[in-house]
Design a protein around this ligand. Structure first.
Ligand code: ATP
Length: 165
C-alpha cells in the first residue's frame, strides 16, 4: 500500500475517533482474552471490557494480507448497515500498542456459526424456530441488497448466531 493511502486511512480513523463517530477502546482495558478464530486474514479473540461481563469480539488483521485502507473500508461498510437488527454491530476500534495494529471491536455473537448451531441443535428446533432463523437471515440479506451491497461469500460458516438480550 502506498504511504498516502495508509496516511489517509490513519487520518480517517483519528478524525472518526476525535469526532466521536467511532468509539476507541484501550486494548489494555480488555480482560479474559481468548482466541476464538484465526485464518489467513488474522485472528478473532473474545474479551470482556473493564469489569463488565459483556463480551466483545476483537478482529485483528495481518498487515501483510490486509491494508489499513481495507480495514477502514470494512468499518465504513459495516457502520453503514449495522443498525439492522440482524447484522452484528461494530462497536469501535482498539489498537495493540506493541504491534501498532488496529483491531475492530465487534458485538460478540454468543452461539457460534450457523453451521455448528444447526449441527448441535437441529433436532431441538421446531418449525417456528427454523422459520425465525430463515426470516432473520433473509431480512439481513435483503437489507444489504437495499443498500446495494452484495455479500459474495455467504455460507453457514460465515453466519453467526446471537441471542440478543
Ligand atoms: N462478532 C463475532 N462474534 C463471535 N465470534 C466471531 C465474531 N466474529 C468472528 N467470530 C469467530 O471468528 C471466526 C472467524 O471470523 P471472521 O469472520 O473474521 O473470518 P472468516 O469468516 O473465517 O473469514 P472472512 O472474513 O475472510 O470470511 C468465525 O468463524 C467465528 O467463529
Amino acid at each position: 500500500m502506498s504511504n498516502n493511502k495508509s496516511e489517509d486511512a490513519i487520518d480517517w480513523l483519528e478524525k472518526s475517533i476525535a469526532n466521536e463517530n467511532l468509539n476507541y477502546y484501550k486494548y489494555s482495558e480488555f480482560k479474559n482474552i481468548e482466541l476464538i478464530g484465526s485464518g489467513s486474514y488474522g485472528s478473532v479473540v473474545r474479551a470482556n471490557w473493564k469489569n463488565s461481563d459483556i463480551f466483545f469480539a476483537l478482529k485483528t488483521f495481518n498487515s501483510d494480507k490486509t491494508t489499513l485502507k481495507e480495514v477502514v473500508d470494512e468499518i465504513k461498510l459495516q457502520k453503514s448497515v449495522d443498525f439492522h437488527e440482524n447484522i452484528l454491530r461494530i462497536c469501535g476500534i482498539t489498537k495493540l500498542e506493541t504491534e501498532k495494529k488496529y483491531s475492530l471491536v465487534l458485538e460478540y455473537a454468543d452461539s457460534g456459526t450457523l453451521k455448528t448451531y444447526l449441527s448441535n441443535h437441529f433436532d431441538e428446533l421446531n418449525w417456528n424456530d427454523k422459520y425465525k432463523l430463515s426470516f432473520q437471515l433473509a431480512s439481513a440479506v435483503a437489507f444489504l441488497h437495499e443498500c446495494e451491497i452484495i455479500h459474495r461469500d455467504l455460507h453457514s460458516d460465515n453466519i453467526l448466531i446471537h441471542q440478543r438480550k
